[in-house]
Design a protein around this ligand. Structure first.
Ligand code: ZN
Length: 60
């Protein structure tokens, strides 16, 4: 998938984003845009919180 410019323009990552903000941003980003992979640390944290389903990639 390629970049969803409109989504990025509407959802800039906050400066000095907190972990909570980063988790929220990446969860939304994953759904709306495929320009880059979610960092594994972010994915693990979202999975631990039950906010996203584990993927084969993250389980492998
Ligand atoms: Zn993107």
């Amino acid at each position: 998938m390629k970049i969803n410019r409109e989504w990025h323009l509407a959802h800039p990552m906050p400066r000095n984003a907190s972990l909570e903000q980063r988790l929220e941003w990446h969860a939304e980003h994953e759904v709306n845009c495929g320009c880059r992979e979610m960092p594994s640390a972010i994915r693990k944290e979202l999975e631990a919180r039950g906010l996203i389903a584990p993927t084969a990639r993250s389980l492998g």
